[in-house]
Design a binder for this molecule. Structure first.
Ligand SMILES: Nc1ncnc2c1ncn2[C@@H]1O[C@H](COP(=O)(O)OP(=O)(O)OP(=O)(O)O)[C@@H](O)[C@H]1O
Ligand SMILES: [Mg+2]
Length: 251
């Protein structure tokens, strides 16, 4: 994959449409994601946020339009061509999606094993390195069911970063967390951006987090990227859709 400069988008979405039978979910999305920024993706439930990021990681093929990653069009790629590109973009799925029957270390090592890494010392070393980043050192042997919701999310984050992606998509990383735990996740997201140069795309309904972490906000409405701007621009906007969203979230 060609590397991106700060001025060239890491991900470029153009005129993206996605229909499920007669249900038109995405109706011409145009979005650019630049290297080393944190973008928050907002919009009402069912508005197509998850569907949009599934296209960005090549999990869905568009009905119409294109998605370029580092300048390469992935819209109609097959699994084999997609594999090296997918490695560049990690994903923290809505609801965590840890494997219940695997312990923490096995969960985190899973994508490394998929890459063909078998050396036990290397696997252990990489697992312990990312557990330290998410402040869960020494928790290798725990089962997901023995962890709190916030810890499970941090393990999911460790699993996303262990393959050293350029970009991480987070689907509602704050859902179900108390405000203090949510803030810890926010700190980790910003730390990854600042210390490792990672680009973050965060779907969330938590406005407090949005205003803490976002460099830029993309607001989805009617199947399109309806509005884009900075947190300050969103707060100052007189657009009723945005002010109603802010008022609704704070009530
Ligand atoms: N694979 C699919 N097949 C059919 N319909 C789907 C599929 N995936 C999503 N949809 C529909 O697309 C619409 C948008 O879904 P999506 O999950 O992207 O919403 P969202 O904005 O992420 O909402 P939420 O904030 O509740 O997570 C929904 O009506 C959903 O039912
Ligand atoms: Mg969703």
């Amino acid at each position: 994959m060609p590397s991106s400069s700060p001025d060239t988008p890491l991900i470029q979405v153009r005129n993206l449409h996605q229909n499920f039978d007669s249900h038109r979910v995405l109706q011409g999305v145009d979005v650019d994601i630049y290297p080393n920024e944190t973008v928050c993706l907002l919009g009402k439930s069912g508005g197509g946020k998850t569907v949009l990021i599934k296209h960005m990681i090549g999990l869905m093929q568009p009905s119409q339009g294109s998605i370029k990653i580092g300048g390469v069009d992935i819209s109609n790629m097959g699994e084999r061509e997609l594999a090296p590109i997918r490695k560049k973009i990690g994903m923290m799925f809505q609801n965590g999606a840890l494997f219940d029957s695997l312990n923490v270390a096995q969960n985190i090592a899973f994508p490394l094993r998929e890459e063909g890494i078998k050396d036990v010392d290397e696997l252990n070393q990489r697992v312990s390195e990312v557990l330290e980043i998410v402040n869960l050192s020494g928790q290798e042997e725990k089962m997901p069911s023995d962890l709190s919701g916030g810890m499970q999310k941090r393990v999911a984050l460790a699993r996303a970063i262990v393959v050293q992606p350029e970009c991480i998509c987070y689907d509602e990383p704050h859902a179900g967390l108390d405000p203090i735990t949510a803030e810890k996740i926010d700190n980790l997201i910003k730390q990854l951006q600042q210390e490792r140069g990672i680009t973050n795309i965060v779907i969330t309904h938590e406005l407090r987090s949005v205003f803490r972490i976002a460099d830029r906000i993309i607001f989805m409405k009617n199947g399109k990227a309806y509005w884009q701007g900075s947190p300050d621009e969103m707060k100052a906007s007189s657009d009723p859709t945005l002010s109603n969203f802010i008022a609704g979230s704070e009530s």
